[in-house]
Design a protein around this ligand. Structure first.
Ligand code: CDP
Length: 251
């Protein structure tokens, strides 16, 4: 018989977190020179990069919508991002993740401002450790803002899971692989859900707890996203005012 897996040690998870704790987050805005907007994000051991292009002309033309921009989202895992080399190119999973991620962001993008155009979002997973779709959505949301795409608000995303009968925030790979359930969500700062998926089985009260926990996670992620954008643009403004001052001095 299999030995029972242990997910907790002295009340803490195997990576030292409490059940209601997120993994460390790092966000860098504007990392790609050739994209209109971009973002590099780490959520624990997940490392993703998001690039946004547009609004721009739609190719092929038949995809054009007369009254709004279309949004395309391509999620791609690098072959070296996972333990067993991933075969390059799209597969069923990447189509699914791309679809739900696009649907998580589209409701807040003001597409009617840009008829007959497209906003292209590319997410590349460089290193995966469970939660790559949520990391991708977070990075893409920041990259859209960096590209100056008009949006109602940012979108923040994270998952809650069930391991050893306990609901935990932001499961890492071991918890995701051997746990009982995984519930990724995405939401607006106002608490409107734009993504809700569930893998595994949860009782109604467990689902309620998972959603509560994931919501608090999203609120914390929102603050990090907002701060990263404010820091990026206040440092640009500071730089510009320094440059102006220099012009005045040397003129
Ligand atoms: O990454 P996310 O949790 O959004 O999606 P998932 O389909 O639940 O995958 C969970 C994790 O399984 C990924 O983050 C990867 O670490 C791993 N995975 C893998 O090792 N090889 C794949 N081909 C796909 C996923």
């Amino acid at each position: 018989m299999d030995e029972k897996l242990s997910f907790f040690k002295d009340g803490f998870r195997l990576d030292g977190r409490r059940p209601d704790e997120l993994r460390p987050i790092k966000i860098e805005v504007g990392v790609l020179a050739r994209a209109d907007g971009s973002c590099y994000m780490e959520m624990g051991d997940n490392k993703v990069i998001a690039a946004v292009y547009g609004p721009r002309e739609v190719h092929p033309r038949h995809l054009q919508e007369v009254s709004r921009a279309i949004v395309r989202y391509r999620y791609n895992m690098a072959s070296f991002s996972v333990e067993d080399r991933k075969r390059p190119g799209p597969d069923r999973r990447s189509y699914e993740v791309s679809k739900v991620s696009r649907e998580a962001l589209e409701p807040v993008i003001l597409t009617s401002y840009f008829p007959k155009s497209v906003v292209d979002i590319f997410v590349e997973v460089l290193q995966a450790d469970a939660g790559t779709r949520t990391a991708g959505i977070n990075a893409a949301s920041v990259a859209l803002a960096d590209a100056g795409i008009p949006m109602k608000c940012l979108i923040s995303s994270c998952a809650a899971g069930k391991v050893d009968g306990e609901i935990v925030l932001d499961p890492m790979k071991f918890e995701d692989n051997f746990g009982e359930a995984d519930v990724p969500i995405a939401m607006t700062p106002g608490g409107d859900f734009t993504l809700l998926q569930m893998d595994g089985r949860l009782a109604p009260e467990e689902l309620k707890r998972a959603l509560e926990l994931a919501k608090t996670g999203c609120q914390q992620i929102y603050e990090v996203q907002r701060t990263a954008l404010v820091d990026r643009y206040s440092s640009i403004e500071e730089q510009e005012s320094c440059d102006e001052a220099e012009v005045e001095i040397y003129e």
